[in-house]
Design a protein around this ligand. Structure first.
Ligand code: GDP
Ligand code: IMO
Ligand code: MG
Length: 428
């Protein structure tokens, strides 16, 4: 079972980093295929806590070869900061390989991200401000800068000039900002050339050869299904393909090499940034859930919006991604609730709708139809066998499994690497 994709089911922060790390001991390769340093993946190993943004979580496992695929947008300053931070903590980062076709995020992308958001005012998306959207826009607009461009100064300069010709009009005339100098960008990018040179590889070839040898490759998705550029709650989405299909295009392997698609889902729901969220809570219930789950963003520190589990979203994500297994995280967070509401369908314009409405206005106005399940009060953070969970916790998981139509193979009962209940092996 060599190709395993990890994708977020909801709006991100489901615990993808932990799930990837969990597979670390059984994996030769972990490739990040989409997004950039908008991601924030927390991995807790013993007493150590690591927050990774741009680097694949697999980098923390000694036997894993980490790869940044062509589908990623790379902020080189962030890349080296993260590498240095890990090196200083004794993590060996020397095996990292980066696709020569990955695009780079520059100063003008970060600036545009911020000024565009400000310009949107009330309609803002609540981006992470890392330049992700503008970098992907340039890629699609065929005016992006790729890692390989760094190795030819004259090409690099031409490309930066071409991009800034347009961007400086926007910055100075529309957004009232200062123009950005070509030299400033070129010099900044060139300052990384010698450090990045040994890492750059034909990552598609490397990964395909690894798969041919029968080695295990984990494709670690950033963001999540409901933030996917095509299938998410557009325009309140990120700018990349965060769903399983992106694993193939974002790393250069054929879709037939993706053997298992693992959807990571929280036992409730959270969202950072603006956009529809039918089961969202407010007031005391929201505060309780947010505190209990420590729901504050790893990347921006923002308080996450919180709400109950939404079964139609998991069904939708299962369909869009072809999910074969679910990893349900943070079951422990719900401990102490007398009754746990779960959204089983929506009410839209007075009618019951069982699936995620594809019309965005309908989804915006969808009211959750909630079904209540009995809760539990016992501490479950030390449980490792499903049968040892309180009966009501078992019933909650089984009910969600039934509604989602996909087996829940792993259950998270705490942030630690070992705090999991494995019902079905993800690598077999
Ligand atoms: P990612 O972006 O999907 O990798 O998720 P984040 O790291 O942004 O957010 C998930 C948070 O939940 C992190 O702080 C994890 O350490 C934590 N976490 C993951 N699984 C569990 C779990 O089963 N229980 C608890 N209590 N925390 C978890
Ligand atoms: P991980 O990988 C949660 C959200 C932002 C914003 C929208 C667009 O940790 O799950 P962007 O900066 O990407 O243009 O922002 O997407 N967003 C995330 N929310 N987890 C993430 O990553 C996210 N990455 C982006 O909050 O609403
Ligand atoms: Mg996160």
């Amino acid at each position: 079972m060599p190709g395993i994709v990890i994708v977020g089911v909801q709006w991100g922060d489901e615990g993808k980093g932990k799930a990837t790390d969990l597979l670390g001991e059984r994996t030769e390769w972990v490739v990040k295929f989409n997004g950039g340093n908008n991601a924030g993946h927390t991995v807790v190993i013993g007493d150590e806590k690591y927050a990774l943004h741009l680097l694949p979580s697999g980098i923390l496992s000694p036997g894993v070869n980490p790869v940044i695929g062509n589908g990623v947008v790379v902020d080189l300053g962030v890349l080296f900061e993260e590498l240095e931070a890990l090196d200083s903590r004794g993590i060996d980062t020397s095996r990292l390989r980066i696709s020569s076709s990955a695009h780079v995020i520059t100063h003008y992308h970060r600036t545009l991200d911020k000024v565009q958001e400000r310009f949107l005012g009330k309609r803002q998306i609540g981006t992470t401000g890392r330049g992700i959207g503008p970098a992907y826009a340039d890629k699609i607009n065929r005016m992006g800068i790729r890692i390989q461009d760094l190795f030819d100064e004259s090409i690099l300069r031409q490309k930066v000039e071409g991009a800034l010709d347009q961007k400086n009009h926007l910055l100075t005339k529309l957004f009232n900002r200062r123009a950005i100098e070509v030299d400033e960008i070129v010099e900044d990018l060139l300052s990384y050339v010698e450090r990045i040179r040994p890492m750059v590889a034909d990552t598609s070839l490397v990964l395909n050869e690894a798969l041919d040898r029968g080695e295990v490759v984990v494709f670690e998705g950033g963001q999540a299904t409901m933030l996917d550029i095509d299938h998410g709650t557009y325009p309140f989405v990120t700018s990349s393909t965060a769903t399983a299909a992106g694993a193939a295009s974002g790393s250069g392997v054929g879709p037939n090499r993706l053997d298992r698609i693992v959807g990571i889902v929280k036992a409730y729901t959270t969202r950072v940034g603006a956009g529809p969220f039918p089961t969202e809570l407010e007031g005391e219930e929201a505060d309780w859930l947010r505190e209990q789950g420590h729901e504050y963003g790893v990347t921006t520190g923002r308080a996450r919006r919180v709400g109950w589990y939404d079964a139609p979203i998991t069904r939708y994500a299962t369909r869009i991604n072809g999910v074969t297994d679910l990893v349900m995280t943070k079951l422990d967070t719900l401990t102490g609730l007398e009754r746990i509401p779960v959204c089983v369908a929506y009410e839209v314009n007075g009618e019951r709708v069982d699936e995620v409405p594809i019309n965005q206005s309908d989804f915006h106005h969808a009211k959750p139809i909630l079904e209540e399940h009995p809760g539990w009060t016992e501490d479950i953070t030390g449980v490792r066998d499903f049968a040892d969970l309180p009966q009501t916790a078992q019933d909650y998981v089984l009910a969600l499994e039934e509604m989602s139509g996909t087996r829940i193979s792993v259950i998270g009962v705490g942030p630690g690497r070992e705090q999991v209940i494995v019902r079905h092996d993800l690598v077999d």
